[in-house]
Ligand binder design. Sequence first.
Ligand SMILES: [Zn+2]
Length: 101
Amino acid sequence: MEKCKRCGENRVGLERYCANCGWDVTKNKTNLVGRWLSGGGCLLALSPIAIAILTTPIGGNMFSTGGDGGGTALFLLIFTLPLGAVASILGLILWLSNRTK
Ligand SMILES: [Zn+2]
């Protein structure tokens, strides 16, 4: 049994709307997934940049791959950027389509 996210009323079956307040529970859920997906996609896409900054010693070159920088992490962008972009776009579509419906 699930609880309504808006009013906390227990939901008896698989009905779409909360019997107590009329909140569209399914809409809320997809909306949330979309938001997480878009946020996670952005984080995934940009994570190598954070890794590069964090692994570069002070005074080192972030773009250097010669051992004194975190440049090797930037190569991960080749994989994470498209994946993250696709995830965040999918998430945005989910989010926005459920908002305007
Ligand atoms: Zn409710």
